[in-house]
Design a protein around this ligand. Structure first.
Ligand code: NAD
Ligand code: SER
Length: 318
């Protein structure tokens, strides 16, 4: 039976991916970790504190639980990494190398590590950005993700490591709030629409970016990890396209359900980050090699987000 370890498991993706992996592999086979001291009785799964900057602690936990597969999600996202460039670089690159080394030494079998649309920057095609387009990222986060993709490719080619990766677009979810990203506005806007009927965006009205509903991202991650190794021909990270929209378009969609919803715009330092990212990416390799296909568009995602958040906020406020 596959024994799984997830890092950064209390974050936006980890909190949902861990539940999904439990359904596939059983709760006794999924160990979730994060840097926080947490009251473990609040969590449905086996939780241990793990700082992924600590290589020795990583080795110990892998050995203790006889882990086969790792989903290494702990990271510092784009907006925060611009504020703490050295810490961002160290966390986003060193910890990946620790896990790649463990895989090289056959202590783990398979590694999932997420990259991002942030690997693209200067000179890349903005619309339908090809898989192999030029990577000239203009953020610390993108530079670290681009380096990480290079590590993954080299460890696969030179040492036979089975590492798999996706360039996630901005992820939209209602269960756990995102932490420190440039695409976070596309989650916050739903909360503010329900709670206050208005939202002030930190990107301008026309900032179009690739986005994806969390259910699609979680399913894609598990499908990629379960695909036969010979199908995985991209060992940097796969482009994965689902939806692209700008703040004006998501606001228009929300207005269909909350007609009095108002949006205004006060772009801040995150505008510059968004300006260098693609509008949409070309993901033909993922579709052809392991049958990736999104299920949610802006319309269906908005219905899901508003319905689920309405219930969540009712529960929180009661
Ligand atoms: P998140 O910020 O919500 O969660 C990251 C988690 O890592 C947090 O729970 C945090 O406590 C934990 N963490 C931070 N430092 C740590 C450390 N030293 N040791 C252990 N844990 C630590 O991030 P997320 O959105 O869930 O992203 C997960 C991964 O997916 C990251 O690699 C991120 O770059 C990537 N990604 C996310 C998105 C998105 O839109 N959410 C898009 C592209 C890529
Ligand atoms: N959603 C992420 C961010 O904004 C992209 O990697 O940082």
């Amino acid at each position: 039976m596959t024994k799984i370890l997830i890092t950064g498991a209390l974050g936006q993706i980890g909190s949902e991916l861990s539940t999904a992996l439990t359904k596939v592999y059983g709760p006794e086979n999924v160990i979730i970790t994060d840097i926080h001291d947490t009251n473990t009785s609040d969590l449905p799964l086996h939780y241990e504190k793990l700082d992924v900057n600590n290589e020795k602690a990583i080795q110990e936990i892998i050995e203790k639980h006889q882990i086969n597969d790792v989903y290494h999600l702990a990271a510092m996202l784009s907006a925060t990494a611009e504020k703490f460039p050295v810490k961002g670089w160290e966390l986003n690159t060193h910890s990946l190398l620790y896990f790649l080394e463990l895989a090289r030494n056959k202590k783990i079998q398979k590694l999932f590590w997420p990259s991002s649309i942030a690997v693209f920057g200067r000179g890349a095609q903005k619309e339908n950005t090809p898989q192999e387009d030029v990577k000239n990222p203009l953020t610390m986060y993108g530079i670290a993700k681009s380096a990480g993709e290079g590590f993954c490719e080299i460890y696969h080619k030179n040492y036979g490591v089975d590492v798999r990766s996706i360039r996630y677009p901005g992820l939209i979810s209602w269960k756990t709030q995102p932490g420190g990203g440039t695409t976070d506005y596309a989650v916050d806007i739903y909360y503010k629409a329900l709670e206050q009927g208005k939202y002030t965006g930190f990107l301008n009205a026309k900032s179009r970016l690739p986005m994806m509903y969390m259910d699609d991202a979680v399913r894609a991650t598990i499908e990629l990890m379960q695909a036969p190794a010979e199908n995985i021909l991209v060992r940097t990270a796969y482009n994965l396209q689902a939806i692209s929209f700008n703040p004006e378009e998501i606001a228009y969609e929300i207005k269909k359900h909350i007609p009095n919803f108002q949006i205004d715009y006060q772009p801040d330092y995150r505008q510059q980050i968004a300006d260098n990212w693609p509008y949409s990416t070309n993901d033909i390799q993922a579709r052809e090699q392991w049958n990736w296909k999104e299920e949610f568009n802006l319309e269906s995602m908005t219905i899901e987000m508003l319905n689920n958040l309405k219930n969540k906020l009712k529960l929180t406020n009661s």
